[in-house]
Design a protein around this ligand. Structure first.
Ligand code: PEP
Ligand code: MN
Length: 373
């Protein structure tokens, strides 16, 4: 059960004390207070754990200072969308709003390889009005002999270049908790020219200690990718590991599942789960068409499979697209075969806009239908 306090009731208020005293007198109930700081308003939420079935929702709602009480299901206590749960979705980071209603494209390099390639990529993004990118420094690779990313060495030039081209958020995978400190130090050293969304890759979805570490820091938002060989429920519980440590600025990423049912795609595309995740949780949902498809194959009408699946995710309501581009795919050190070219960037953005407009029309149609029936 979550007791949501009125916006003006904070830890120092007499109402706050009264509510906590009331709860302290209830047997087998533990409380955990969470303050959600937003740009428009901030709210205090009291999580009740234990024998909550015995509590009277209406009685708690009648206590001065309580705005609302939400009875939560056992699953996904923090990020879940519970019964009668109209709390807002999403968060703001470095001037960019992420929620279940909007859409951001994170086009960029799978791995930062050379400053020249990064600069070409970032310049193209600015030319096409983009404020976000993807750029990996720490790459988890199947083979220990493959390029592992430049690690912390590339962070200063990646951040400086991103700042030069007005990029506000870079999605960057981390594979170890020490990478958080390295990113923080490099941002400080370069004067914070940009922001970072910490990406937890599919191979680390159940690395619980790493999840707890990213959850304990509140500076960076997190993109947590679905595990490619586990159930959706297991991946959403992984999100709870992060959120229950305190950080709720989380985007959930769909990137395809490992099964030969999806062949010849690299992974079985799972974007039908975009609306499912939006229904089960209050997180914005990201799709990764590049790692799902894994190639530049195209269908007979000439549309690349990467474009097709991106459009499928967007028309289903996706809120973020992580997509691999490279100025010279043949020279890319990671995932060149699936990268789109810079010439394809405006074409991709236009195709995404078509799918987004169709999604918005579908949403308006659904509202009209529901209001009439
Ligand atoms: C990536 O986005 O570069 C990546 C490695 O993704 P995933 O964890 O989904 O394989
Ligand atoms: Mn990749």
């Amino acid at each position: 059960m979550i007791v949501i306090l009125q916006a003006d009731v904070t830890e120092g208020s007499p109402e706050y004390r009264q509510i906590l005293d009331y709860l302290a007198n209830k047997p087998n109930i533990a409380t955990r207070v969470h303050r959600e700081v937003g740009t428009i308003r901030s709210v205090t939420e009291i999580y009740l754990i234990g024998d909550t079935m015995a509590l009277d929702k209406a009685e708690i709602e009648s206590i001065p200072g309580v705005e609302r009480v939400v009875r939560i299901s056992e699953d996904y206590r923090v990020v879940g969308r519970h019964h009668d749960d109209t709390r807002p979705t999403g968060f703001e980071y470095n001037g960019v709003r992420f929620d279940q209603d909007n859409l951001h494209v994170f086009a960029g390099l799978c791995a930062a390889d050379t400053p020249e390639h990064a600069e070409k990529m970032l310049r193209a993004l600015r030319e096409h009005g983009q404020a976000c990118t993807r750029m990996g420094a720490y790459k988890p690779r199947t083979s220990p002999y493959a390029f592992q990313g430049h690690g912390k060495r590339c962070l200063p030039w990646v951040f400086e270049l991103a700042g030069k081209y007005g990029i506000k958020v870079i999605a960057m995978e981390i594979t170890h908790d020490s990478h958080i400190d390295e990113i923080r130090a490099a941002l400080e050293q370069t004067g914070r020219p940009t922001g970072v969304m910490l990406q937890i890759g599919t191979r680390n979805t159940q690395n619980f200690e790493l999840l707890k570490c990213v959850g304990r820091q509140s500076e960076f938002p997190i993109l947590l990718k679905r595990g490619f060989g586990i159930t959706l429920e297991e991946s959403l519980n992984a999100v709870e590991y992060v959120a229950s440590e305190g950080n709720r600025k989380i985007v959930f990423g769909l990137r395809g599942m490992k099964t030969n049912m999806g062949d010849p795609h690299r992974n079985f595309v799972d974007f039908a789960h975009v609306p499912v995740v939006k229904r089960l949780t209050r997180m914005p949902v990201c799709i990764d068409p590049s790692h799902s498809v894994g190639s530049r194959e195209r269908s007979p009408e000439g549309i690349l499979d990467v474009f097709h699946v991106a459009a499928q995710g967007v028309i289903a309501g996706a809120n973020m697209i992580l997509v691999d581009f490279h100025p010279a795919p043949a020279k890319a050190l990671v995932d060149g075969p699936q990268a789109l070219t810079l010439e394809e960037l405006p074409y991709f953005l236009e195709d995404v806009a078509i799918a987004r407009a169709a999604y918005e029309q579908r949403r308006a149609l659904a509202r009209r239908f529901v209001s009439k029936n």
